[in-house]
Design a protein around this ligand. Sequence first.
Ligand code: FAD
Ligand code: SIN
Length: 540
Amino acid sequence: MEVRADYLVLGSGIAGLSFALKAAEHGRVLVVTKKERAESNTNYAQGGIAAVLSPDDSFELHVEDTLKAGAGLCHRDAVELVVREGPRMVRELMEWGVEFTKRRVGDREELALGREGGHSRDRIVYASDLTGREIERALLERVKEHGNIEVLENHIAIDLITEHHVFGVKGVPKGHITCWGAYVLDTKSGLVKKLLAKVVLLATGGTGRVYLHTTNPKIATGDGIAMVYRAGGKVGNLEFMQFHPTALYRPDADPDEPAFLISEAVRGYGGVLVNRKGEAFMEKYHPMGSLAPRDIVARAIDQEIKRSGEPCVYLDVTHKDPDETRARFPNIYSRCLDVGIDMTEEPIPVVPAAHYMCGGVVTDLWGRTSIRNLYATGEVALTGVHGANRLASNSLLEALVFSDRAFRDSLARAREPDDFPEVPDWSEENVFNAEEWVLLSHDREEIRRLMWDYVGIVRSNYRLQRALRRIRLIAKEVEEFYRRTKVTVDLIELRNLAQVAELIVRCALARKESRGLHYNTDYPEPNPRYQRDTVLQKRP
Ligand code: FAD
Ligand code: SIN
């Protein structure tokens, strides 16, 4: 089955939907999303969106905070561009119907602004502690009203359609790879569809599920990065997986479910990290204490846990007014209460968990990837904004800014006439229905455990090499299985997880220094030789 459109958008988080709403004014848009339409990292975002909106703040300060957190690897041009667009992006979201939390100042209302780690000013716009859910709600409502957008739920992209699927393509310059669409599995019917478009936006989000403990929902399996790498495009900086310092600690946690996040906004509000004896420990590690940049806080917690032998540390807000705490964090309060913790009366047990992929598919300042007609925005992209460690709440902002730029850049292409080559149908001849599904779940668990144990907050050459050997073995097995078997969601995701895990380890091994989120005990200091991105591309 073949479907044609002007734009194909893979992913229905903030990056995909904000692009789709703009593109739909100029052509037919297909949005493909692998589960129910709201299921995305976006939907789980708590803290908010960073933007310069207060008179005591400035673009320069937001730029400086971002560069400082990024530990020498941010691209200043990308950072400046994103920061300067912040206020416009927040206004645009409000025009789309997003209701941010307001506060009363005298007789007027203005946007309430919170503080998070690494920020020198209050600049986080939020919707209570459910910012992402509010954004998804508003964007999906607008999408539903738009006659030019069709959302295909329960459709998972398997691979991008590029030259190597197509024979005898005329008019394509040598040395360029071109994307014409994607093969997509309709998970309800089992049919693999051929979706062709003049412009393809990759907005498939993050890779948190490659680790055993993560705040990311099940969709975050790194599909976009794996697809681009397989197609011969450039990916990079995958060694920079950000571990959020404060996920709720549960001794009986089910790693199949996302770890519940205790937002950094709780520390911005006055929460203090303490050990079991109630002693605050962050001042030992950084002058910003509990509000230091995330890489530093996560490493400090890791050290405290290892040193004390305790399973977690604690986040204490019991000194704050209980009514105010309940009003500011209703969702966090009630989720903690569900597991028997009243955060107004006792400290919350917390541990770090994999949270955000700072690297991704390499793009330029217009969201263009190294593959023609393929754009990448949002968490899947490496735009240069986050460097070696993302500043809190810069991710939703980056997604909005680059989706806007990708939309503007792609307009000319979308207006060209159809020039799709003959693309073969998906073939499942000579494949069988697998009966060994249990092996797949074992492989998935083994990858996630290996990554957690060997490629986590603190790394070493020995651990990385050991991880690489094992992951390569699993990846090879999975690839063989994939070639012989009818595709399913589990198999597609496992293939991508194995691919991305291998790429993360290769990036980590290539960086022979410690910087930002990448800490290797064999090279504990930064080395100016490595003040550059790690870029990987498959050999032709
Ligand atoms: P996502 O929102 O993850 O959307 C990805 C989409 O792609 C999904 O619809 C998914 O189903 C789809 N998809 C994936 N693979 C395929 C495939 N193969 N085929 C079809 N569809 C596919 N950032 C902030 O700036 N501020 C915050 O306060 C904040 N809080 C966070 C809290 C949590 C718990 C988490 C997990 C993240 C948080 N982040 C925050 C990070 C931020 O939410 C994400 O980086 C951002 O939402 C990513 O948006 P996105 O559109 O790129 O991807
Ligand atoms: C949080 O609320 O702590 C998450 C913010 C972010 O990931 O940017």
